[in-house]
Design a protein around this ligand. Structure first.
Ligand code: SF4
Ligand code: SF4
Length: 473
């Protein structure tokens, strides 16, 4: 049995006071000083923690919002002096897609590197837009693949990037057909470049250290070479290059060939001459995997399929950072675009030979699994790793404006530790999901829609005959 993939982690606490959802307002004036005060009975000990926080106050602009909202103290105070309040700062985190819940759970995972547990029962909605309109089939949750989670069996999360030959040819016992290089990564996750809307912090040195430690890949804009590594990292550049995939920006100076030879993958932007550029790169750097980045706009799906028809073997389809089709009035969501590309490649007979990387809107590890079920081989994501550093996804993140999370001045160990923890938490959740779905191999998740249920499809099947098809907005 091969050695198991493992990420060593340690907790990395936040630098700033936590921005929780609930706080308690305490009208102390009328307090009767009961000997069995309900505050002492808080199972999370929040009242004592709040007193300690106020005694050693470092930040006058942060109130204490760490109550879990169980209502125990509120309901049982004999003089009804306590009230639960919602933190307005919490409600302002992120946007409609990157909800405060997503941001808060990402902070928690980056701190602890563990699977978030929401407590007694799920209190959210059961269906929504985007990936929330898709459920995974967990019916195998009690079957033996659960053993894989607890170490007795092996659940493999590794995937391949590159062209896989449709068949092998042998002559006199030797393979004579071409066997292109493929790249194997331990989790179906690639760290992407930052979307242009979030430009404030320079995070590449942390990202590159975290991907080196976890052996995944980060895409780095070639304009940022070599500044993407800090002074110390540059002295041992060779240790980082296998985990870097340069996005070869045509406006940037060329990356030296001896540097490219030490990497395993590069990315080029889509253009009329993308396939010629790909061929030239493969000739100059034999064995390198070349991905073509295709923006998923109005013609993105057609373009991705056409590129594969013309010989491309790795396509990186990227929607906007909310997972929507780019610059379209009624955009489709990334999952629907992946399904269409995947299905069309199956129909053309090319699907098994090519790799589809899907990016945009991948905010949680469940999105990674769901994107794979829709037909992606690998997903790319960036913002969760920025959120890991206590970022709040402000709508006006720009150089020159002050960052409320102080991201310009974070420590190296803190930044790397939080990113590494988040990668580990995503990996653990993928294993949990796969165990519950009865899957032992991430490669087999690709396009297995039988393991998923789609809200629109079920609604149409159940209610369509009675009420007609739902009208799109
Ligand atoms: S509502 Fe619950 S969690 Fe919050 S302070 Fe009261 S007892 Fe503690
Ligand atoms: S906290 Fe706001 S300003 Fe700071 S990096 Fe995040 S989005 Fe940008």
């Amino acid at each position: 049995m091969p050695e198991k993939y493992h990420i060593s982690t340690t907790p990395v606490p936040p630098r700033l006071p936590r921005i929780g959802k609930y706080g308690i307002v305490d009208w102390r004036e009328d307090c009767a000083r009961c000997h069995n005060c309900v505050k002492k009975a808080c199972v999370y000990d929040r009242h004592r923690q709040e007193s300690a926080y106020l005694r050693t106050l470092k930040y006058s602009n942060f109130l204490f919002f760490e109550c879990m909202g169980c209502f125990y103290c509120v309901q049982n105070c004999t003089k009804e002096l306590l009230a639960l309040t919602i933190n307005s700062e919490y409600e302002n985190l992120g946007n409609q897609y990157w909800t405060p819940e997503i941001i808060q759970t990402t902070w928690q995972q980056a701190e602890t590197a563990s699977v978030p547990v929401s407590g007694a029962g799920y209190r959210g909605k059961f269906a929504g837009r985007g990936f929330d309109a898709m459920w995974t089939d967990m019916s195998e949750i009690v079957r033996p693949t659960r053993d894989g989670i607890h170490g007795r069996e092996y659940i493999s999360t590794s995937v391949d990037i590159g062209r896989k030959p449709a068949h092998l040819e042998f002559k006199e016992g030797r393979i004579v057909s071409e066997t292109p290089e493929i790249l194997d990564i331990p989790i179906p996750l690639i760290l992407d470049m930052n979307p242009p809307e979030f430009t404030l912090p320079r995070l590449e040195p942390f990202i590159l250290e975290a991907v080196r430690m976890t052996d995944i890949i980060a895409i780095v804009d070639s304009t940022k070479w070599p500044e993407c590594l800090n002074e110390k990292q540059r002295q041992r550049m060779d240790a980082y290059l296998p985990n870097i995939a340069f996005h070869l920006n045509s406006e940037a100076p060329e990356i030296p060939k001896d540097v490219l030879r030490k990497t395993r993958m590069v990315e080029i932007p889509d253009s009329d001459d993308a396939l010629d550029r790909r061929a030239a790169l493969r000739e100059a750097v034999p064995g390198i995997v070349v991905s073509i980045r295709v923006p998923l706009n109005k013609r993105g799906v057609d373009r991705a399929v056409a590129l594969v028809d013309q010989g491309a073997d790795v396509i990186h389809g990227v929607a906007d950072f909310n997972g929507n089709e780019i610059n379209v009035k009624n955009p489709r969501f990334i999952k629907d675009m992946i399904r269409e590309i995947h299905t069309r490649l199956i129909n053309s007979g090319a699907r098994d030979q090519v790799t589809l990387i899907a990016g945009g809107g991948i905010a949680l590890p469940e999105h990674m699994a769901k994107a794979l079920l829709c037909g992606a081989d690998v997903v790319s994501s960036y913002l969760p790793f920025m959120i890991a550093l206590e970022c709040r996804l402000c709508s006006d993140c720009k150089p020159g404006l002050s960052c409320p999370a102080g991201l310009e001045a974070i420590g190296f160990d803190y930044g790397v530790g939080r990113m590494r923890n988040l990668i580990a938490a995503w990996y653990l959740q993928l294993i949990e999901l796969m165990g519950a779905m009865g899957m032992r191999e991430a490669r087999r998740l690709r396009g297995d829609v039988g393991r998923a249920m789609f809200f629109e499809q079920m609604e149409e099947e159940i209610f369509g005959t009675l009420f007609g098809t739902r009208k799109q907005a």
